[in-house]
Structures are given as C-alpha cells and as structure tokens.
Design a protein around this ligand. Sequence first.
Ligand code: GDP
Ligand code: IMO
Ligand code: MG
Length: 444
Amino acid sequence: MNATLIGSGFGDEGKGRMTDIFSAGADIVVRFQGGNNAGHTITVDGEEYALRLVPSGVVRGKTGVLGNGCVVNLETLFTELDSLRDRGLNPEIYVSKRSHVVFPYHRVLDQAEETAKDDDATAVGTTGNGIGPAYADKTSRRGIRIGELLDPETLRTRLEHVVPQKRAVAEAVFDIETGDEFDVETLFERFRTYSQRLKREDIVVDVSSFLAQREDAAIVFEGAQGTQLDLDHGIYPFVTSSNPTAGGAIVGTGVSPQTVSDGEIIGVVKAYLSRVGSGPMPTEFDEEDAADFREQAGEFGTVTGRPRRTGWLDLPLLRYATRVNGFTAITLSHLDVLAGLDELRVCDAYELDGECIDTAPTSPDEWSQCEPQYEEFETWGDHDWLALAEDGYEALPEEVRAYAEYVSNELGVPIYALGVGPGREATIIQENPLTQRRTPKRET
Ligand code: GDP
Ligand code: IMO
Ligand code: MG
C-alpha cells in the first residue's frame, strides 16, 4: 500500500506534518515535483523542522527520494542535510539523475521577471527561488540534469551552451548588470564541487528503477505546493511551474499509474484557506479581519516569511481538488486555529453571472467574479487541544465534529487525520492505511 499526499489548496496546508504522520508506516518518502519553493514544517516534541527539499519522512528515519519531477537547488539540499545531521538525524537521501538543477541565474531571472511584471500588476508573487526559469529550461530542452553534473566535460559543454544565452537575456531584456551568476568558469567550479559531493555521498540514482527494485516497500509520495497552484489545473498564470496534483506523482518519479492509484490519494486540507502570492481567492477576509486572523494563526510563509492571505474554507475549490486528484480521503488540520472566532463560515457554492456553481471555474477572471455563498457554523472556544487529541475524535467539541463531518460529507470522502496543533502529538489519527496494511503483513 502506498499513499500520495496532495495539497488541496494554495500550499501550506500542512503536508509536511501529515507526511510525517502517514510515513510512520512507510519505508520511503518521495518528493515528485517542485523544489526549494516548498517549506514543510514538522514539529516533534517541540523541535521544529522546516524542510524545503529533503522529504519529510527523514524526521522518522525513513529513506527520502527526490524524483525526476523535482528541480534541485544543491546549495539548499546540502545545507539542509548538514543542518539535519547537526541536529542528530542521519538522513538517507537519493536524488534522481533526471531531476533538473536550479542554477544561480535561474534565481536572478525569476526575480527580474517578477520585477518587470510588477509594472503591470501581473507578478505571480513567486518565492524567488528560480523555480519557473528552471522548469522553463527543462521544457525548452536547455536544462541541465543532475546526472549531467557528474561528468565535468558534459557540465562544461552544457554551461558553455546555455550561460551566454541567459546572460544575453538578463542584459538585453531585463537590463541587469550580470555577475558571477552568469559566468561559465565560476559556475563550472562551483557546480563541480557540488558534483564531487554528490559522488562522495553516492546519492544520485535512477529513481524509477530504484523504486521498482523495492517493490515491497511502502511509499509515501509527498506533494509540494497545492492543487490550485498546479501549472495545468491551478488558476493559470498564478501558479507554480510543476504539477502538484496526483498525476505528478507518476510522471515525477517514473512509477506506473497503478502504483499511485492502487494506493490512497489523500488530500491535505486546512480548516480555512491561505495563500501567499497573487491571484484570485474568493473567500479572502477583508484587510482588517485578515490582519487579526493572521496574528492569531501565525500565518507567515515558511520560505519567504511573507504574510499569508487568509479566508474561509472554500468547498467549490475543494470539490475541484477532490475530482482532479481522485482523493480517497482527506486530512483536516488547523482546527485549533479557528477557536474563539465570533463567526465561522464555509463557502458552499459560488454565484457567477446569476448562476450557482459548486466547483472552481477555469480562468482567473471568472474566479475573481465568483460571489461566495456561505453556510454559517457554530463557533468553538479554546481548549486543551493536546488533551483532546489524546482522548480521540469523540472528545472533540461537538461544533468541531460538526464542521469536520460537513466537509467530509460534502466531499464524499473520510477524514483520516485531524490536526489540532502543529505537533505530531496534536493529531487525531482515524486511519493510517500504511500502518494498518503492514501490521498483518509483519505477523505472517
Ligand atoms: P506545508 O507546506 O503544507 O507542509 O505546510 P507549512 O509547514 O508550510 O505550513 C503549515 C503551518 O501550520 C506550519 O507552521 C505548521 O507547523 C502549522 N500546522 C500544521 N498543522 C497544524 C494544526 O493542526 N494546527 C496549528 N495550529 N498549526 C498547524
Ligand atoms: P509548500 O510546498 C505556498 C506559490 C508562490 C507563488 C506561486 C509561484 O510549502 O506548500 P514559485 O516560486 O513556485 O514559482 O511561485 O506559488 N508557492 C507556494 N505557496 N506554499 C508553497 O509550497 C509554495 N510554493 C510556491 O507564493 O504564488
Ligand atoms: Mg509550506
């Protein structure tokens, strides 16, 4: 049994902490898209880990894999590995030969493009990590793969081809005074050093065959970003440049579609909505409510520290995510954050051009015009959430259960885990398909 965890919204739904929960029964945790634009937080016994590239399962000592669908910033990867080792963990990590390298010029060009778009208010609000330009190079067959770094001659040839083009674009289009980020020799030396470390650590593999050789292993596919940020299925152009939806787990690792679809596909849902970056968000709070809520909820980006935009839970958006990904279950976290509100609403449908629609439209213009139709819910007060988590689902206040059951019924899928705080122990696990499958197997 495998499980694929997918962000249902605009990212930061709690994928890291839920991956940590479900990976208890896994052998391998695989990231299949994105790069260091992700920031996945896991909190265990008050220790917080904010991971950007290393899969969240390593906190439990599981093998971590970065699939071909990822774009890899090697500086971030090595810094993260060093820091985890300093903290007493021993992460076992493998990186696909086919994954693409994020170079310093990608970062510069990402930021330059955003600045240029600022002028006509079309900036996406990217994390500025060069993710879009790295995927653009991959698609236009100009990218450099991790496997190509390992051979110095290939690395030099590829850099000699690509860097002058990048420099020309930076200078002519964006009017940037280019420096080391666009210098072949500097880049060659720096990335040769990285490649030597990759070789020393012996971590570059063909991920598709690596996973195929471990056919009995239980795998968690850990999505980054979220469905509404998907390049194809999110609200283009306010998206990231990869496919965080469930299909991405297949294409981004080289496993068969059955490997993913025979397992569970779990939508990670936050009890309200948040977003960093631009684009429509029909249930967004007005400025004053958002400021109060943000302080209460601590809604600041894990990667950029930017304040997150916040709003009411949006069922049309979640129905869409359930359909596109084929969720077989969801998790519902941040229920504690909603404690103490004066009112509690969920958007049940939108009104668009006089019609009632119950799923997300396809264009940002349409989405901006959607008028949310709200259901009101009973609010709940603050509690000793850890004690409630220990006592289990039935101990939760009736209002919390009513809220959770409404969401589950509307989406037509069960809730496998509820989060009432950031920590591992603040989780109510209703079902963990991986541990359940493995217990009988161990007994035989
Ligand atoms: P990810 O990108 O989906 O892994 O999510 P992030 O880690 O970027 O953001 C989620 C934030 O919410 C982190 O700071 C988590 O520690 C925190 N968090 C996760 N689940 C809960 C929860 O149930 N309650 C509270 N209060 N915080 C949570
Ligand atoms: P995790 O995995 C929240 C958003 C950016 C921007 C858009 C494009 O932690 O949920 P990019 O740098 O990818 O080109 O930015 O996507 N974004 C995220 N928002 N969580 C993330 O990752 C995100 N990764 C990218 O804010 O709107
Ligand atoms: Mg995050």
